[in-house]
Design a protein around this ligand. Sequence first.
Ligand SMILES: [Zn+2]
Length: 488
Amino acid sequence: MKKLMSFVLVLVALFTCSASADVKRDQLLVFHMDFNIIQMRRDLVMELLNTASKSGYNAILWEIENKVMLPSITPAISPDAFSQEEFKEILAEADKLGLESIPLMQTFGHGEYIMNCPEYRHFRERADKSDCYCVSKKSVREFQLALLRDYIDLFGSRLKRFHLGGDEAYWFGSCPVCEKRDRMELYVEHLEVLSKELRSRGIRPGVWHDFLLDKKCLNSKAKLPDDYTVWYWDYSCGSDDLRAKDSADKIAKLSSSRYELIMCATCQSWGDNPFFVDARFHRMNITRLGAIARDKRYAGFCLTSWSIRQSLKRLQRPLIEYAAKRFLDPSPDSAEDWKMAIQDTFGSYCTPEMVDELFVSGRDLINADSRQWSGLKEGLPPPEGWFKSWCAKNPAKTKNIPIKAKSQVERTKRALNKWKALPEPNDAVKLAIRAGEIKIKQCEMVAKALKGEEYYYPISEVTSLYSLEQSPRSAENSAKLVLGFFAR
Ligand SMILES: [Zn+2]
C-alpha cells in the first residue's frame, strides 16, 4: 500500500510539473520592445532581454520603426539607428535566450515616423495628419510590401509570426476614395496583400484587435481570415479607474471566432509620469489580464511598454517580473508575488508601500508636459508658444496645474525620504532616487512657470538621466519632449 501511495504521489508530482511546464511551452509570454520615439542603448536592450528570459518570457515583440537601417525607409531612418549587422547580433542573442522574435510593422495608423518625412507625405490619408496611411493608394501598398520584405530579410528564417499593427487608426477610411468603401473590406483587402507574402513563407500574420471590435466594421460581410493572431490590448481593465470596463464581453466576442488570441497588458502607457510609471495601476491591469490569459488558456500574454512615455525601463523591472509570475506560476496571494518582484529589483528592505508612494500616476500633470502635444506619436518638440495658447484657451484646467505640481513635489519628497533611508542601496534604488529628484525639479518648474515666477529649467539633468538608457541624440530629444513647453 505504501508503495502504491508513493507511486501515486510520484505521478501527481510529474503531472503538476508537466502542467506548469506546458504553460510555458504552449503559450507565448511576450515582452514588447518599443523603439518608437526613443533609441535604446544596446546595453539596455541586452539587459531587458536577459530580464525577460530570466523571468520566463519566451518571445519579444519588436517595434523597431526607424531605429534599424532598413533600405526601404532610407529617408526616414534615425541618425542613431542600429546597422542591420548590429541588430542581427541582438536577434541572435534573443535566440540564445530562448526568445522568439516577432516584428511589429504598422500598416494603417501610427506611421508618423514615415509620413512626417517630406518624401512620404503623399502616403497620408489626410494631408494634416501624419499618422494614418491611405491604403487605397497603390504607392502605399508597394511601399509597405517592400518594407515587409526588408523585415523578412532582417529577421530571417527564425520568423514564425508577424504583427501588422492596426491600432488607433483614427483617420482610416476618411479620404474621398476610401470613404466610398466598406471599412472592413478595405481593411482586410490591404492586410491580405501583406499577409499573402507572409503565408508564402510559413509566417503567421497578426493584428491588434481594434478593427475587429470597431462598431463601423461589425456589420460588414467582409471577415478577417481565421489564421490571424489577434492581439487584444486593454490597459485599464482590472484597475479601479471608474471609467475602466471589464474586458470580458469584448474578449468573449473575439474568442467566439477561431483567432489565436494574445492578451496584452502594459507596464508603461498613457497617464504615466515621464520619470515613473504608475505601478499600482499597471499591477491591477496585469493581474486581471494575466489571469484571463492563463485561465482561458489563450495563445499568450503580452506586456507592452510604450516608450513615448519616457519612464525609465530599468525601473519597470518589478512589473516585468510580476507579469511573468502571474501568468506562469501565480501565488494564491498576488501581493506576495508583487513583494517578491519589488525586492528582487530594489532589495529586501524595500516595501510595496514605498513603491506605491513614489511610482504614482502622471495624470495630474499630463497637460503640462509636451510628450504628445499634437495628440500623435510624432516625437517632435512643440512649436513655440503652443502651451501658452493652450493655457489661454483652458483657464480652468491651467488654474489647477500649479497646485497639483506643488502637491507632487511634497509627495515625492516624502517618498524619497524613505528611499534615501534604505540601508545598502543598490543601483536600482539609486536610480529611483535620482529620477525622483529630477521629478521634483520638473514639478517645481511647472508650478513656478505657471505662476509667472522665475524658474529653473532642468534640461541637462533630464538629458543625463535619459542618456543612461538612450543614445545621446535620443536622450536629448526625449528631454526636450518632456520639458518642451517651458524651454527658454
Ligand atoms: Zn484613402
